[in-house]
Design a protein around this ligand. Structure first.
Ligand SMILES: Nc1nc2c([nH]c(=O)n2[C@@H]2O[C@H](COP(=O)(O)OP(=O)(O)OP(=O)(O)O)[C@@H](O)[C@H]2O)c(=O)[nH]1
Length: 128
């Protein structure tokens, strides 16, 4: 099966987490943590900073590794490395996503996450 390796940024500020909504593709309208595929020769941290620059026009600091999630989708196997991050500069401009929101721990369960992200959310709310 096809393997995809991605990095995702869980951007935190004042007890809230930044979630973005996909505007295209198979999972249109589902919520995710922004990020994307690691390119050849990049570290995970470099890939994450580049993706957030491209998608949100924002510079982040990658603060702490949270978890790696493995998930089988019908068409591929996904490995997703998740990091807690914070904004260094920029205003989280939505260049690719259709919507975004800040969610506190209690609100994290209120949106329709991509399948892999359900595990990440469990981790964040302390169920795992
Ligand atoms: N960025 C991101 N991707 C996720 C998450 N959860 C999840 O299942 N994925 C899946 O990981 C894959 C990689 O996503 P991507 O589309 O953001 O990667 P990319 O920008 O580098 O590549 P692209 O050129 O295909 O758009 C997608 O198939 C997406 O559905 C998540 O929280 N964040």
């Amino acid at each position: 099966m096809k393997q995809i390796e991605v990095v995702a940024a869980i951007i935190c500020r004042e007890g809230k987490y930044f979630a973005t909504q996909r505007g295209y593709g198979e999972f249109k309208d589902c919520w995710e943590f922004p990020g994307g595929k690691i390119e050849a020769g990049e570290s995970r941290e470099e890939a994450l900073k580049r993706e957030i620059r491209e998608e949100l026009d924002t510079e982040i600091s990658v603060d702490t590794f949270l978890t790696t999630v493995e998930c089988d989708y019908p068409a591929f196997h996904l490995t997703m490395h998740c990091f807690l991050c914070s904004v260094r500069s920029g205003h989280l401009v939505l260049k690719e996503h259709e919507n975004a929101t800040w969610l506190n721990r209690e609100e994290l369960g209120s949106v329709d996450w991509l399948p892999a992200d359900v595990e990440v959310v469990k981790e964040l709310v302390g169920e795992k």
